[in-house]
Design a protein around this ligand. Structure first.
Ligand SMILES: [Zn+2]
Length: 313
């Protein structure tokens, strides 16, 4: 009863917010809990985006008798969708499942302020998934690297899952623009690196750079939440050319400037996060089919939707 009342309050406050056209996407997630219909809809959307983002590596889905959902990987390994534990953001980052990774919807397009402190879409990473796709050890990742070459830069990037191709496509558009625009050039060159087999500062977790799927552009001392205050970070963000962000997002990269724990020089290849945002980010009508927004012209999408509906009824 108390829970129902709480939900009613949450729903009506969102309704009031929408009246003023200020729906706060960052708060919508608080409505979603295991066992309810909205949870199941989001789960199906997450699974579809994961399958579309990693089509060579995710071969099927499974729902076990105890109601757990798993991705079945090409290697034969299974990855659990939701451990159903109640976790804080830092616990989600330290012990993530796929649901934690997909939960916060990345805001596509230009922004002019920092995100709320615990809104970090894409900063939660499923290591079992990254290891399956890009390499489970330093040696395996290294053997998957190739060099993306441009006029100014030679960058080592992971060739798996089209990551290096996506970076090449970014650079094909970004470098000519940097040649015309000094403000853009100053943010791109000298760039700070791509592959680096290292842990995230102050943690035991591997950085996205360890998988060869992230790039740090030119550094400013206000770029990172551990180096600068939120005021300084926000000043830097306001001066950051959104054309750079647009080019990366178009090619399935997320930007660390859209994390409350901001990392403004950092871009990371995360097709599942961009797909979730572009297909399902603007979903308002909860009576829609769960896959409303998915690319139905894509044969794979149609096949995966069918499979998801078979496995999760
Ligand atoms: Zn970085």
């Amino acid at each position: 009863m108390k829970k129902t009342l709480l939900r009613l309050i949450q729903i009506s406050s969102i309704a009031i917010l929408s009246l003023f056209n200020i729906v706060d996407i960052q708060n919508l997630r608080t409505l979603i809990e295991p066992g309810d219909n909205e949870y199941e809809i989001r789960m199906k959307q997450h699974l579809l985006c994961l399958m579309l983002a990693y089509p060579e590596y995710i071969v099927d889905l499974k729902r076990s008798e105890d109601d757990n959902v798993y991705l079945i990987m090409k290697s034969g390994n299974k990855i659990l969708y939701d451990d159903k534990k109640n976790k804080s953001l830092s616990e989600k980052i330290a012990e993530p499942d796929l649901q934690d990774m997909m939960e916060q919807i990345y805001p596509l397009g230009p922004i002019d302020r920092l995100m709320d402190i615990d809104f970090d879409p894409g900063r939660v990473r499923s290591y079992p998934l990254l290891k399956e796709v890009y390499g489970a050890t330093r040696q395996q990742v290294q053997s998957n690297l190739e060099t993306v070459k441009t006029d100014y830069l030679n960058m080592k990037f992971n060739r798996n899952n089209n990551a290096a191709k996506a970076l090449e496509s970014v650079m094909t558009e970004l470098i000519p623009l940097a040649q015309e625009r000094p403000d853009i050039k100053a943010c791109v060159i000298p760039y700070c690196g791509t592959f680096n087999y290292r842990k995230i500062a102050g943690t035991n977790l591997l950085s996205a750079h360890a998988f060869g799927i992230a790039i740090d552009l030119a550094m400013d001392k206000r770029d990172y939440w551990q180096w600068a205050s939120r005021e300084e970070g926000e000043k830097r963000l306001k001066s950051y050319p959104m054309e750079i962000v647009h080019i990366f997002e178009k090619n399935n990269f997320i930007w660390g400037g859209k994390w409350g724990h901001f990392d403004i020089l950092h871009f990371e290849y995360r097709p599942e996060i961009i797909m979730m945002a572009s297909y399902f980010g603007n979903r308002k009508n909860t009576k829609e089919l769960w896959y409303e927004g998915a690319p139905m012209g894509n044969e794979l999408a149609v096949k995966y939707i069918k499979r998801i509906d078979e496995v999760i009824r």
